[in-house]
Design a protein around this ligand. Structure first.
Ligand SMILES: C[S@@+](CC[C@H](N)C(=O)[O-])C[C@H]1O[C@@H](n2cnc3c(N)ncnc32)[C@H](O)[C@@H]1O
Length: 264
């Protein structure tokens, strides 16, 4: 569905049908997805410019439309990228796209199984966990139910990361979508990936143990958007939240205390 929203060709009839149902309810959906993809680009480039050359793209989807390795490659040729997705088609197409590039790998796994991801042969080949890694969770935790504890999942990755590592995350929120969000949720509930809109506070709590870099958490299109792009296509219309945080060992007790209290 996401590939179809972005105008890609790696999708099936059932994906297109469901995506069209969502677009009928919420015509701005493809614009939201493009805004998310542009945030990916800005956030990855930001991390690379801080000197991070290793990236763990969790819930990566198919690495087309400006994939992480291409964005990092604009900053350094010595990158390492591990893509992870639980959808087999994403892994099959992903491996085709990556070819034999020794700097990248695609792992077919559930991101909630942290050890299966970080102790996989693919991770061992591509990532050095003794050095900083940027963990990317773009528009994926909204598909992880509360019962699977997405906050605990992020914390478990955080605890395996070296200081100086980053978390870049975007997440669907219901604010501004009150009228349509129930209907959109109903369409996704017919797919393998039911969606959950969470509150701003619940998304903020995912950054526990990370210090948010400027400008903190914002609506997806507003995070470090260059002035020339601050246009009416996005601002005030695209509601999900986005942010980038760094693990530097100084994250506040207040943020740590948020976990467990804030849900939904
Ligand atoms: C909306 S797409 C986002 C793709 C990409 N991160 C981006 O922002 O451009 C969500 C992706 O997350 C994947 N996904 C959902 N739940 C997952 C899980 N538990 N483990 C791994 N991948 C998951 C889906 O298969 C899908 O490819």
């Amino acid at each position: 569905m996401y590939d179809y929203y972005l105008g890609g060709t790696h999708n099936f009839t059932v994906d297109r049908q469901r995506a069209e149902e969502v677009i009928a309810l919420l015509p701005i959906t493809p614009t939201i997805m493009r805004a998310n993809r542009q945030f990916l680009r800005r956030a990855v480039r930001f991390c690379a410019e801080q000197g991070v050359d290793q990236f763990l793209d969790l819930g990566a989807g198919i690495p087309t439309e400006g994939p992480v390795h291409e964005v990092v490659g604009e900053v350094t040729p010595d990158y390492r990228v591990l893509y992870v997705d639980s959808e087999e088609a994403a892994a099959v197409y992903g491996r085709q796209i990556l070819g034999s590039d020794p700097r990248c790998a695609f792992l077919h796994a559930d991101i909630c199984d942290i050890d299966a991801v970080l102790d996989s042969p693919e991770a061992n080949k591509v990532l050095d966990l003794s050095r900083p890694v940027a963990v990317l969770l773009f528009s994926v935790l909204q598909f992880v139910p509360d019962a699977a504890d997405p906050w605990g999942v992020v914390a478990a990755y955080r605890d395996r990361l070296a200081d100086g590592s980053y978390l870049a995350l975007s997440h669907a929120t219901a604010e501004g979508l009150a009228a349509q969000s129930g209907d959109v949720t109903a369409v996704y509930s017919k797919t393998d990936n039911p969606i959950r809109y969470r509150s701003d506070d619940a998304v903020r709590a995912m950054f526990e143990g990370f210090n948010l870099v400027e400008p903190g958490m914002t609506r997806i299109p507003e995070w470090r958007m260059p002035g020339k792009e601050s246009d009416e296509r996005y601002v005030g219309k695209v509601f999900g939240l986005a942010g980038v945080g760094v693990k530097d060992g100084t994250a506040s007790g207040a943020m740590r205390g948020a976990r467990g209290r804030v849900r939904r």
